[in-house]
Design a protein. Sequence first.
Length: 71
Amino acid sequence: MIPYYGTVLAKVTRSDIYQLFSECLYSETELHGKALNLMSLKSLNDRPPNMEYPKSVEFIQHNIVNKYMVW
């Protein structure tokens, strides 16, 4: 809902409506931050995959394509 509140704030002209959506945006942003902190504490946050890189390079000597290709 955060993008929706931002859009409304940009378009609203009444000060009471502006104040309402401003408070909603602030409270939702605060809740989002708390949720991120909790996910981080419980190790539930998304992380990029961790991949071990090979220590040496392996080359393929023969494969199905080489069998049919004439050089």
